[in-house]
Design a protein around this ligand. Sequence first.
Ligand code: HEC
Length: 103
Amino acid sequence: MGVLIGGLAPQAQAAGPPAGQRIALANACMGCHAVDRKLVGPSFEQVAAKYKGDARAPAKLAHKVKDGGSGVWGMIPMPAHPKMSDADVRAVVDWVLQGAPSR
Ligand code: HEC
């Protein structure tokens, strides 16, 4: 209908960032990860490339986000996120596996 609710960032609402990106920002994932370069953890593009075509990747990575772990990319551990809902974990993992698109 094109009617915006309130006056909040009409531009952002119109474009609509992917849910996975919003979840990544809300859960401080981007403090350790960037889309296109390695920070503390691997870039999300690297993760997407590594697991391309791996049917088990969504389940494996959801488990990793929830429970944390190390040894896949190096010795630095990925922290656990026990408070994230399964739906949020799944959405953010799907987004990462798509190469973390910004729209
Ligand atoms: C304190 C830093 C830190 C934070 C915060 C963090 N990560 Fe990580 N992440 C890492 C590190 C380090 C690794 C590499 C772990 C390894 O080598 O097994 C990693 C690995 C990953 C991987 C690849 C896992 C694998 O086994 O290949 C994904 C996907 C991922 N992170 C997603 C996320 C998401 C989503 C969030 C937010 C909910 C997040 N990370 C928050 C540091 C972090």
